[in-house]
Design a protein around this ligand. Structure first.
Ligand code: FE2
Ligand code: FE2
Length: 133
């Protein structure tokens, strides 16, 4: 397990909390599978994880647009930075199929980023847009 779901900060928007919980389930499955050394299944889960991240970010960006959130460009640029890092990681994965590289990224970058991003940006955004679920 990469992330304990109970450690994920809760925000004041139910839909966001559900999106985060789903994503943590998928990234935990990916992490365990990478550790097991099953490359084929890791590949499938990596793609599922990328899809889940894109849906996560896109959903929040739609909410910000609909809620006319004042700092949406800043919040979105944090998503864009992570999008780019994940894109590069996936390109390397396709070439090298090196589980350790992905494991390290998830541990050192993605997991702490998610926690901090939710506390800093999603929580603040949720307070402004209210509960749209
Ligand atoms: Fe989020
Ligand atoms: Fe976000």
């Amino acid at each position: 397990m990469l992330i304990d779901k109970r450690s994920i900060p809760q925000v004041s928007n139910i839909e966001m909390n559900m999106i985060h919980a789903d994503e943590v389930d998928i990234v935990n499955q990916l992490y365990d599978t990478l550790k097991s050394g099953d490359i084929k299944e890791s590949n499938r889960l990596f793609e599922e994880f990328l899809k889940s991240v894109e849906e996560h970010f896109f959903e929040e960006e739609q909410m910000m647009l609909e809620g006319r959130y004042w700092a949406r460009a800043m919040h979105k640029s944090e998503h864009d930075t992570m999008r780019e890092k994940l894109h590069n990681l996936y390109e390397n994965w396709k070439k090298n199929k090196n589980p350790q590289e992905v494991i390290e990224f998830l541990e050192k970058e993605y997991a702490p980023w998610l926690n901090l991003h939710i506390s800093r940006w999603d929580a603040e955004t949720a307070m402004h847009i209210g509960d749209t679920a």
